[in-house]
Design a protein around this ligand. Structure first.
Ligand SMILES: Cc1cc2nc3c(=O)[nH]c(=O)nc-3n(C[C@H](O)[C@H](O)[C@H](O)COP(=O)(O)OP(=O)(O)OC[C@H]3O[C@@H](n4cnc5c(N)ncnc54)[C@H](O)[C@@H]3O)c2cc1C
Length: 454
């Protein structure tokens, strides 16, 4: 036993396990209770087969837990986007002026497994599986659980209860029932469905069917598909399509999906032997943004998607959740003598940044599906990278700040807007000067003539 506060974490997902590991390293007693079965025993890690792009923020957070190298061993770096057009032609767009900057594709279930194993390395951390949280007494720090195996119930008590139980958080619901927070949920008119491009035996990128060192995008305006590489040579493709309308999950039925792909995703469709079966069998899942405030009441506090679920278009949900884990661990460590105040500080430190990345993720959806395929977009990215190379830290593109620095999200967003204002004003001044020079040159013969020999 230690004299540090005992922490009960609900949810052994990404944020919960990282927080456990960080607190375990500083000697806290931590109990982690997870609704799913232990993925180490059940042969699959549960959850969807999503793969994630982990960028600088996530890597930094994992580094603090001594897990950076273990993460990178499981990851495939993606230094840019590969844009596919409807004729099957593809164009590479680097993410950064610095060719060494890459986001990293990693399987969410493998990353979760890594984190569960890392948490379990500490004697002061106990992990229990098959326990679903059903209610929380925030003042007493008592959590009620129902066993997923036999329906029996039990309670656990701690000094701090952390809701790390994802977008559908039961802990957040308990806070709402106690009128302790307000939340909003905005569901997108687009859902997502996963498909696979399997490995190949031969070809220029074998075992990968297409270039592995890129995040592939098929941008089609109202609908799009992306694909991220996996270490076994496959790609996880995700369709982001509207539920209804002309080109939607409703209008494209399994019987005609092959024809639809032949017309609109010809290069990808040719690499998907199980397209019809996967399209029929794989579910369409919801996408949305959840915001709430405050993230704490009594002894309870929220982290990760439980506090701020965002749409996945900036690839930052897990990265932001990892930042929460680091921030909360630091506040708990430093503010142990006044835990309610420590939780309030944590909330105040994080909330505006969570809101900022939620907005940027929504904006990036439009950018990915509508703009990435356009020529002006490529020129804009080239201009940004030119300005960054020329001006260094005086001009850092927004994508660069979000993905390859740890500048807090809201600060990055404000700074990007400020930079563009300056560039626009300077650009306009240069244009005016150029016009004046051109006008002056055009007038030169007249002036010479006017001042010529009389
Ligand atoms: C399609 C898609 C693509 C994405 N791509 C990216 C990406 O590229 N980059 C990125 O950074 N992020 C991405 N994300 C977001 C990322 O997956 C989440 O932000 C991240 O998983 C949040 O971590 P978390 O620990 O808060 O929640 P979760 O990972 O959801 O973990 C919550 C845990 O709580 C458990 N749980 C739930 N309810 C209970 C209960 N009542 N009692 C006990 N346990 C419970 C769950 O079983 C789970 O283990 C993507 C998300 C989606 C949907």
């Amino acid at each position: 036993m230690t004299d540090k506060p005992k922490v009960l974490i609900v949810g052994a997902g990404l944020a919960g396990c990282l927080l456990a590991r960080l607190l375990g390293r500083t000697g806290h007693d931590v109990l982690v209770c997870e609704a799913r079965e232990d993925p180490r025993e059940s042969d699959h890690a549960g959850g969807r087969s999503i793969n994630l792009a982990i960028s600088r923020r996530g890597i930094d957070a994992l580094e603090r837990a001594g897990l950076r190298d273990r993460l990178l061993e499981k990851a495939i770096p993606m230094p840019g986007r590969m844009i596919h057009d409807t004729l099957g032609k593809s164009t590479f767009q680097p993410y950064s002026a610095d060719a060494s900057h890459a986001i990293n594709s990693v399987s969410r279930s493998e990353l979760n497994l890594l984190l569960i194993e890392a948490a379990d390395e500490h004697d002061c951390i106990e992990l229990r599986f098959g326990m679903r949280c059903s209610n929380v007494d925030h003042e007493e720090g008592v959590v009620e659980f129902t066993s997923e195996r036999d329906g029996s119930t039990c309670t656990e008590q701690a000094d701090i209860v952390v809701g790390a139980d994802g977008a559908g958080s039961a802990v957040r619901a308990a806070m709402e029932r106690a009128n302790a927070l307000e939340s909003t949920q905005d569901v997108l008119e687009h859902g997502y469905k996963e498909l696979t491009i399997p490995p190949v035996e031969s070809g220029p990128h074998a075992p990968f069917a297409i270039q592995p060192k890129a995040l592939h995008i098929w941008p089609h305006g109202a609908e799009m598909m992306i694909a991220l590489p996996n270490q076994d040579g496959s790609f996880t493709c995700t369709l982001f399509w509207p539920y209804k309308g002309e080109r939607s999950f409703e209008s494209v039925q399994p019987e005609n999906v092959k024809e639809f792909f032949r017309l609109h995703y010809p290069d990808a469709g040719a690499l998907m032997p199980d397209l019809e079966q996967e399209y029929r069998e794989n579910p369409v899942s919801l996408l949305g943004t959840i915001r709430c405030a405050p993230w704490h009441v009594g002894r309870t506090v929220l982290i990760g998607d439980a506090a701020h679920a965002i749409v996945p278009f900036y690839g930052q949900g897990a990265n932001a959740s990892f930042e929460d884990s680091v921030s909360l661990a630091e506040h708990i460590e430093q503010g142990a003598d006044d835990l309610p105040r420590a939780m309030e500080r944590y909330f105040k430190d994080r909330v505006e940044h969570a809101n900022a990345i939620a907005d940027m993720a929504l904006a990036n959806f439009l950018e990915m599906r509508d703009h990435t395929g356009k020529r002006w977009f490529r020129y804009k990215k080239k201009l940004e990278q030119f300005l960054h190379r020329t001006l260094g830290d005086r001009f850092i593109p927004l994508y660069e700040m979000v993905s390859f620095t740890t500048i807090p999200y809201d600060r990055a967003r404000r700074r990007a807007a400020r930079q563009w204002r300056v560039v626009s004003v300077v650009g306009a001044c240069i244009l005016v000067l150029l016009c004046m020079v051109v006008y002056g040159l055009a007038m030169m013969p007249d002036l010479l003539f006017a001042n010529g020999p009389s």
